[in-house]
Design a protein around this ligand. Structure first.
Ligand code: GLC
Length: 667
């Protein structure tokens, strides 16, 4: 089944086209009516539950409250708790939340209230919550977003370096502080659940999600699971903490190139490995996330795993793997939180019993994924269908009541622990922490510490503050490019997308005495310049749309439409060649989510810096350029010598990167 049609002819996946939702609405309403009809057992007008009942008593132990509540629930109410819909499917008709007994709602990337302000977020979440509490048992819903480098969906939030940059700092304490600030800003906007951190281990930089990883070494990624402590703290019910999600379980960054799902080349592909290597590389961070940091939720990967010892050729989707979700995660690792599926993740489970184009999800996909151990289902636009199918599977005895009760227990336990029954509504009194000076200062510090100095011949760096500086390159003054994906839009957005400072603005701020000439395409005269600073690299992308050789947008912006490469885009190469060929000293900064193969131009560069995706505080880059801060960053991934040398990872039998894992010069 073609999971994704080329983006040319479809609206962005994250924001279902309003017309599409409106077209579906009658079906959904019909389905929900059908679903409600089937729920005759519990008329929604049944008497409210007296407030004195045990599950509403916060002084009782959580397990006792869970026992009491689950005893009272009908099958429809239980299945409702297992269902998560997208904001756009209920925003125009929030009573669907009540009708469908929804346990959760999410904002996909770029799915925001209008206006996109903190106050509007708080109001939106509370409106949804009011409808959730309008059910017989008044079970609060939990709202989730992807705040993967700060609350990137919210305009005005602090946007921190993506994980690849944080991995370069080698500082778990800093990562914890960054994610604690993210938690404070996310919860202040009314959202108590963050689908983060990604504790994926990126093993092939052709993967469009490499930048969401802390690095290629599972030990480094494991160290950085302190992000979970930052998000949850020791009490996730606090008004400045959120529920975290360890994702994507597991092997998402270790798939084989060429096995990608649909039109992706590697994203959502197949991890071909032994159980021993899978445990060592892909599972290790999850063991820490659960045993050391007590992560509240886990999200399976879209990818599949194919065991070499069983004879390759039998890939199993992670969303269908009972061995790895129930056996490994909930059994051996003793995970007691809940498992949330990825976006329509169960729709990818092979189902030969239906024609390729049959509506998703199918009965088999629901059955297989529930029985594999998934507890809550991210069904952005097919919530009623999912509910009807699951009810039919339970009624037919193909999904046990015990499995349903296990899923609901886990969800309720988490909601009690989150304090949502006592404080279901978001206060609006913490909004001023969003984008605060303190958080921006922390982000600027993280940016400075994430910079990796790869080459510095002739002591080109640090720059003199009174130098005549010629700044060029399309990423020098483009805050959207320096923020990357998951920023305002799912795919990110080039240009003046968010408040903050670009690298050029940082240069001007840190060195006001410098005589700065800026020319993005290096068309301005370069004479009398002491040093050239060329800032090039990638433009924003997310998921498989960032895969090297991946799908090409036929619509969208020119940046979205450029083919994703591991080398510099032709225009960038030309600017590097022009400036480094004309100015005596040439410093190149790469703003990208992954290494860029620049071997053939390295000789013309006096200095080379991996800036990664710094986010809103580009001035942090200037801090190290001018020596206000020392370069301390170290590579979290091996830097390939050529495109055909990828994948290259520390520990490979033959290991000849251009710059090795851990490389980083000091100033
Ligand atoms: C996406 C991503 C996942 C994200 C989810 C909700 O497809 O794979 O990381 O949390 O959908 O946006």
């Amino acid at each position: 089944m073609q999971r994704r049609i080329p983006p040319a002819t479809r609206p962005p996946r994250r924001r279902p086209h309003r017309a599409v939702v409106l077209l579906l609405a009658p079906l959904l309403t019909l389905s929900s009516a059908a679903f409600t009809d089937v729920a005759k057992a519990v008329p929604t007008t049944a008497p409210a539950v007296p407030a004195a009942v045990p599950y509403l008593n916060p002084r009782l132990p959580v397990e006792q409250r869970v026992d009491d509540l689950i005893r009272r629930m009908t099958l429809d109410e239980k299945i409702g708790q297992m269902t998560q819909a997208e904001r756009a499917a209920v925003a125009d008709a929030p009573t669907r939340i009540t009708d469908w007994y929804l346990g959760s709602i999410l904002s996909g990337g770029g799915s925001t209230p209008t206006p996109n302000t903190a106050a509007a977020w708080v109001s939106m979440v509370n409106t949804f919550q009011r409808n959730a509490l309008n059910t017989r048992l008044k079970i609060p819903m939990i709202y989730g977003v992807d705040a993967v480098h700060g609350h990137g969906n919210l305009l005005g939030a602090t946007v921190f370096p993506h994980n690849i940059g944080l991995g370069s700092t080698r500082d778990p304490g800093l990562v914890k502080r960054v994610y604690a600030a993210t938690a404070a800003e996310t919860r202040a906007s009314g959202v108590p659940w963050n689908f983060a951190p990604c504790i994926c281990v990126t093993r092939d930089e052709r993967w469009g999600r490499s930048y969401e990883s802390f690095g290629e070494d599972p030990r480094l990624v494991t160290e950085m699971t302190t992000a979970i402590d930052g998000l949850q703290g020791d009490d996730p019910s606090r008004p400045d903490r959120v529920l975290a999600t360890a994702k994507h379980y597991a092997g998402d960054g270790d798939t084989e190139y060429g096995t990608g799902e649909g039109d992706f080349t590697i994203d959502q592909g197949i991890t071909v490995t032994s159980r021993a290597d899978f445990a060592r590389i892909n599972l290790a961070p999850f063991v820490a996330a659960i045993r050391k940091h007590g992560v509240g939720t886990v999200m399976p990967s879209f990818s599949s795993v194919d065991w070499t010892e069983d004879g390759v050729g039998n890939p199993v989707k992670m969303h269908a793997s009972r061995e790895l979700i129930t056996g490994e995660l909930k059994g051996r690792m003793r995970f007691d939180g809940f498992v949330i599926s990825d976006w329509e993740g169960i729709h990818q489970i092979p189902d030969p019993s239906v024609p390729a184009g049959a509506p998703r999800p199918t009965a088999a996909q629901v059955r297989i994924s529930v029985n594999a151990g998934i507890d809550m289902f991210m069904e952005p636009n097919t919530a009623p269908q999912f509910q009807q199918l699951l009810k039919a599977e339970v009624t037919a005895g193909r999904v046990s009541q015990a499995r349903i009760d296990d899923a609901v227990r886990r969800i309720l336990r988490t909601k009690f622990r989150m304090g949502l029954f006592e404080r279901p509504y978001a206060p609006a009194d913490r909004i001023d922490v969003i984008g605060s000076a303190a958080h921006r200062k922390l982000a600027r510090d993280a940016v400075a510490r994430s910079q990796v100095l790869l080459k510095n011949s002739g002591k080109a760096l640090p720059l003199r503050k009174n130098a005549r500086i010629y700044v060029a390159g399309r990423n020098a003054d483009n805050i959207g490019n320096q923020a990357g994906g998951w920023t305002i839009d799912w795919q990110g957005r080039s240009g003046d997308a968010i408040p903050g400072t670009t690298i050029l603005e940082g240069i001007r701020e840190v060195a006001p005495q410098a005589r700065v000439t800026y020319s993005a395409d290096a068309s301005a005269p370069m004479t009398n310049s002491d040093v050239g600073v060329v800032v090039v690299g990638e433009t924003p992308y997310a998921e498989g749309f960032g895969d090297v050789g991946g799908p090409i947008w036929q619509t969208g912006t020119p940046e979205q439409r450029e083919p994703k490469l591991l080398t510099l885009q032709p225009g960038d190469r030309a600017v590097v060649e022009k400036v480094c060929g004309a100015v005596g000293t040439c410093v190149v900064l790469l703003v990208s989510g992954r290494p860029q193969v620049v071997t053939d131009q390295l000789g013309s560069m006096d200095a080379l810096v991996a800036s990664w995706l710094p986010g809103s505080e580009g001035a942090g880059v200037a801090d190290v350029l001018f020596g206000q801060r020392r370069f301390t960053g170290r590579l979290p991934v091996s830097w390939p010598r050529s495109v055909d040398a990828v994948p290259v990872n520390v520990g490979d039998a033959t290991y000849r990167p251009l710059f090795p894992y851990g490389w980083g010069l000091r100033t």
